[in-house]
Design a protein around this ligand. Structure first.
Ligand SMILES: Nc1ncnc2c1ncn2[C@@H]1O[C@H](COP(=O)(O)OP(=O)(O)OP(=O)(O)O)[C@@H](O)[C@H]1O
Ligand SMILES: O=P(O)(O)OC[C@H]1O[C@H](OP(=O)(O)OP(=O)(O)O)[C@H](O)[C@@H]1O
Ligand SMILES: [Mg+2]
Length: 283
């Protein structure tokens, strides 16, 4: 069985569970369950803290896992980034009090930086030739400056609300941009068949989320012009209609572009344009 580590709590957990459910895997039925066997799909799910997932996968005791890219780099383990999962986007940034003179990377020299991601911060400072002390805190890092244990912080920023409420402002470039990723053990072959099936299923979920099916009718002589607007993945399906002057086209298009594409197709001469959500896909 392929052993898969899944976040048991935190921001990444629910989207990860939803994605696995969409991909056909069996989830736990109560929050006290730590392991779920799913013999039908030849996998075993281990519910673990997101921060620990790279440790297990890096050591090869678990084959693959879902975690944040920032957590992977911070872990310093040999787990490999295998696939981006399109949720849990965040940036990791420095922030200092609104009234503080700290406003650039160089100003961090000699200061105390509070963070939960020590290695990420330490490596970034070393790469940039800055000497500073990192102070490890497990959470609520934003309070550390006001409480006097640090001069600035480095933390996950999503909407920026927590920073604002704590009287902090970001400065400098993001230390990194992160999103949820599938990681794989260094002991698991990149082309392992069980991993290929899992990746293909997850990719299918991403495609079903990002694409829709578009159908339209188009005068036969305008098919080429319409296909140029909606080329699809491989090639659109063109079917004859009872009226020989017209054809029907069926094609996948990016959900985010649906309205622009319908405007263009209408201009080209398409009519009866309809859009249908995808339930599932395997590309
Ligand atoms: N708004 C957000 N707040 C915190 N983490 C986020 C956010 N958006 C995405 N993430 C990602 O979630 C991961 C953080 O997971 P973590 O284990 O810290 O859980 P958490 O959501 O912070 O919950 P907790 O701190 O209670 O454990 C990181 O990869 C981070 O980039
Ligand atoms: O920019 P925002 O949208 O405000 O989100 C960022 C905040 O969310 C996270 O905290 P979390 O909820 O994980 O609590 P923690 O500090 O205890 O980890 C992160 O550490 C920031 O504090
Ligand atoms: Mg957190």
């Amino acid at each position: 069985m392929l052993r898969i580590a899944v976040p048991n709590k935190g921001m990444l957990s629910e989207p990860a569970w939803n994605m696995l459910a969409e991909a056909g895997y069996r989830l736990r039925s109560n929050p006290r369950q730590l392991v779920v066997e799913d013999p039908d799909n030849d996998v075993e799910l281990f519910y673990l803290r997101p921060i620990d997932i790279a440790v297990y996968v890096g050591r090869g005791t678990i084959d693959v896992g879902i975690t944040g890219h920032d957590l992977l780099l911070n872990s310093g383990t040999e787990a490999q980034r295998h696939m981006d999962l399109g949720f849990g986007a965040s940036t990791f940034r420095f922030a200092a009090p609104n009234e503080s003179p700290i406003a650039s990377l160089a100003d961090i020299e000699g200061k105390r930086v509070a963070t939960s991601f020590d290695k990420l911060v330490h490596d970034y400072l070393v790469r940039n030739g800055i000497n500073a002390e990192t102070i490890h805190l497990d959470g609520a890092v934003e309070s550390s400056v006001q409480l006097g244990v640090a001069d600035l912080i480095a933390d996950v920023v999503s909407t920026g609300t927590t920073l604002r409420n704590a009287g902090l402002r970001i400065f400098g470039d993001p230390i990194m941009r992160s999103e949820a990723i599938l990681i794989r053990s260094p002991r698991l072959d990149e082309h392992d068949e069980r991993l290929t099936i899992l990746s293909r299923r997850l990719q299918g979920v991403l495609t079903a989320q990002r694409y829709v099916l578009m159908d339209y009718d188009i005068p036969v002589e305008k098919v080429s012009a319409a296909v140029a607007v909606t080329p699809g993945f491989e090639s659109p399906t063109i079917s004859p209609l009872h009226d020989k002057q017209w054809a029907a086209v069926r094609v996948m298009v990016p959900k985010a572009k649906v309205n622009q594409l319908m405007d263009k197709l209408y201009e080209v001469g398409a009519r009866g344009i309809i859009v249908t959500a995808l339930q599932a896909s395997r590309m």
